[in-house]
Design a protein around this ligand. Structure first.
Ligand SMILES: Cc1cc2nc3c(=O)[nH]c(=O)nc-3n(C[C@H](O)[C@H](O)[C@H](O)COP(=O)(O)OP(=O)(O)OC[C@H]3O[C@@H](n4cnc5c(N)ncnc54)[C@H](O)[C@@H]3O)c2cc1C
Length: 341
């Protein structure tokens, strides 16, 4: 920890379980270590990757040039409280699901629907993680991030982050400029539980629980996720590989004429409908499709998996085959959600 290593394998640092070597690698759990790096002009110019849990990354090259920084800053603090809310600051290297469990244990509500998402706190605002009707933006209060160029700590409020569907300012305008240090969430003392999304209510019914609180909602989400998604410890993957696309309303209506069963949902974009990328892939006959060492998961067409020895390039090529197939059949261009390196 806090020591520079040369030629570090990143296989254990990405949930796709892809072999890749970092030219230089440093895990840090001290802010001072990071600030010392950013005070050294030559060293900071070598920073090429900030790594959390590696659960939203696909390495496509055998080597990552420059310096990979593995963020292991730890700590969870209650920073403020009012009648309705608790403000909890968590440091970037805390494991997201452990944080969710911690909050549920304290009876702090708001993130129970986001249980079991892999990865760390620091990446949670990067793509505004979301699941089962909740996104980080719904509970986000502020974050602190180190500006690499100036070595200054900057504070971002909700409006500064430009959160969207799997989007934030850190993936776009400020890409590669900041290292997120901590995130403060505003959680609620009295839960307003959300059970209408997906199969949560159905799962709660089958669990036959009496009163439903945040613990039960999280348990239902955990059960659903375990039944649908491959565990990266058993089968390398990075969750949903593609975003659900938004398409113009006219195109959505035209497609419904040919494909009356096509699932369509309201979109946050103007004059658009959201369609399920998994359904589109399945209609192309690609659910369960396998190419040598990688494939499309047999239960969830949005998830690409590494059967053991896949190279990142192979997974990338498979994703391109999917993009081309969906485009040829539906005229819809899928966008990758996973960060390609
Ligand atoms: C089985 C499975 C299920 C998943 N389900 C969901 C889901 O339901 N919803 C969802 O939104 N996502 C989901 N994901 C994707 C993933 O878990 C999230 O995107 C998660 O937030 C990634 O966290 P990480 O720490 O692993 O980030 P990494 O993969 O390590 O990094 C992701 C990106 O963030 C950057 N980054 C990481 N930490 C920092 C930091 N401290 N400062 C600056 N940049 C940083 C990296 O450079 C990279 O660009 C799933 C993944 C898997 C494997």
């Amino acid at each position: 920890m806090n020591q520079l290593h040369n030629l570090q394998s990143l296989k254990a640092f990405n949930t796709f379980n892809i072999e890749c070597t970092a030219e230089q690698f440093l895990s840090f759990d001290q802010l001072e270590t990071l600030q010392n790096i950013c005070a050294d002009t030559a060293l900071k110019s070598r920073i090429s990757l900030i790594l959390g849990g590696g659960s939203n990354i696909l390495f496509t090259k055998p080597k990552i040039a420059g310096l990979t920084l593995h963020n292991c800053l730890k700590g969870i603090e209650k920073v403020a409280e009012d009648e309705e809310s608790i403000y909890i600051k968590a440091f970037a290297g805390e494991v997201w699901h452990d944080f969710v469990e911690h909050c549920i244990h304290q009876n702090w509500a708001g993130i129970e629907n986001l249980a079991l998402i892999p990865g760390c706190i620091g990446a949670s605002p990067m793509q505004n993680i979301g699941a089962y009707g909740v996104e980080i933006k719904d509970v986000f209060f502020e974050l602190e991030a180190l500006h690499i160029a100036t070595n200054e700590i900057h504070r971002f409020k909700l409006n500064d982050c430009q959160f969207g569907y799997r989007e934030s300012v850190f993936k776009r305008r400020y890409k590669g400029e900041y290292i997120i240090l901590s995130v403060t969430y505003r959680l609620l003392k009295n839960a307003a539980i959300k059970t209408s999304y997906g199969a949560i209510q159905q799962e709660l019914d089958s669990m036959q629980v009496g009163a439903v609180g945040i613990r039960e909602v999280a348990d239902a989400v955990i059960r659903i996720r375990r039944s649908k998604l491959p565990n990266p410890k058993e089968l390398g993957n990075a969750g949903s590989f593609f975003k659900n696309p938004s398409i113009p309303i006219q195109q959505a209506e035209d497609l419904l004429k040919t494909y009356p069963s096509m699932p369509q949902y309201p979109s946050t974009e103007a004059n658009a409908k959201k369609v399920a990328a998994g359904w589109l892939i399945e209609q192309c006959g690609l659910k369960g499709h396998r190419e040598a060492h990688c494939g499309v998961h047999h239960l969830q067409a949005l998830v690409l998996v590494n059967y053991g020895e896949a190279r990142g390039e192979e997974v990338f090529q498979l994703s391109q085959l999917i993009i081309d197939s969906v485009f040829n059949k539906f005229g819809i261009l899928l966008e990758r959600e996973v960060n390609i390196l």
